[in-house]
Ligand binder design. Structure first.
Ligand code: GUN
Length: 283
């Protein structure tokens, strides 16, 4: 059996074209969607991600502003910047690029962002609202995964979804969204003792461990649907996911590739969330 490859870049391009039209419509009403990104310090990976976000905004007509702050900035000073953006009605989305320097309390910073401008969906209010099925700003990677599954005709209802990885950014929220979509959800993580036994029971397997080759052919059941959230850069310049694609590709029914799978959907959902706020999002 040959698997259907679920290309995220195809759907991402389609959704970005749709967002471009929505942005044009908003501009006709004198609303210019705007995302402000705060980046602290000189982490090269963070700088690359922020540049990618900025470029993606430009392409769909979203105004983007990047505020670069010194590595040594105090927590109080950073809070003042956020306060200003919280109160600036021209700013729809606020994103503080992670990781933060060690002397800054990440929890305190994320909780200080106005929840209706929290386009990352990391504020406890948004997480709580998502959990109880209310309208919320939903974290970008989990939302992108759900849109990708839907686009490829996969309805989670009644399916056994297994999530490997329990991060606040991906694992926990994607499991919650699958549960909201009527799947039966099992979470696995680094302390799970019988991982392969559980993943072998998955109809839908989401792998978000950040470790290459977490899942191979013997860890899957025939015909499983696999979403690979991994994005590991190898020394030879290649990017690989958490799943050994070559070994599983003839056993699964559908699988996301790396690259061009989940990755392009994540930034698209950031644009989606920013436009959602610009359309006068309220709870
Ligand atoms: N650093 C790595 N991924 C992310 C993300 O999705 N949002 C933010 N704010 N920082 C990140």
């Amino acid at each position: 059996m040959s698997a259907e490859i679920m290309y995220g870049d195809v759907l991402a391009n389609k959704l970005r074209d749709e967002l471009k039209i929505e942005v044009q419509q908003l501009k006709r009403q004198n609303i210019v969607p705007k995302l402000t990104v705060l980046i602290i310090g000189n982490n090269p990976a963070s700088k690359t991600y922020v540049r990618m976000k900025q470029k993606a905004c430009e392409k769909v007509g979203i105004s983007s502003q990047v505020i670069e702050l010194d590595q040594e900035i105090s927590e109080e000073e950073l809070l003042l910047h956020i306060n200003e953006l919280n109160n600036d009605s021209s700013v729809h989305g606020i994103l503080v690029q992670l990781p933060l320097p060690d002397h800054i309390n990440e929890k305190r910073i994320l909780e200080y962002i106005e929840p209706t401008k929290d386009v990352d969906g990391f504020h406890p209010i948004n997480i709580g609202r998502m959990q109880i099925g209310q309208d919320a700003l939903v974290p970008c990677t989990p939302l992108g995964i759900m849109k990708l599954l839907e686009y490829y005709g996969i309805n989670p209802t009644g399916k056994h979804a297994v999530v490997v990885g329990r991060s606040n950014i991906v694992g926990k929220p994607v499991g919650q969204l699958l549960l909201n979509g009527n799947a039966t959800v099992t979470y696995c993580h680094s302390k799970t003792s019988n991982l392969s036994e559980i993943t072998n029971k998955a109809d839908i397997l989401i792998v978000a461990t950040g470790k290459a080759n977490t899942i191979g052919e013997s860890d899957l059941k025939e015909g499983a649907i696999v979403v690979d959230v991994g994005n590991t850069f190898l020394d030879d310049g290649r990017v690989v996911g958490d799943v050994d694609f070559e070994s599983v590709k003839n056993k699964v029914s559908k699988i996301t590739p790396v690259p061009k799978g989940v990755g392009p959907m994540t930034i698209t959902m950031l644009l989606h969330n920013t436009v959602k706020v610009a359309k006068t999002f309220k709870y």
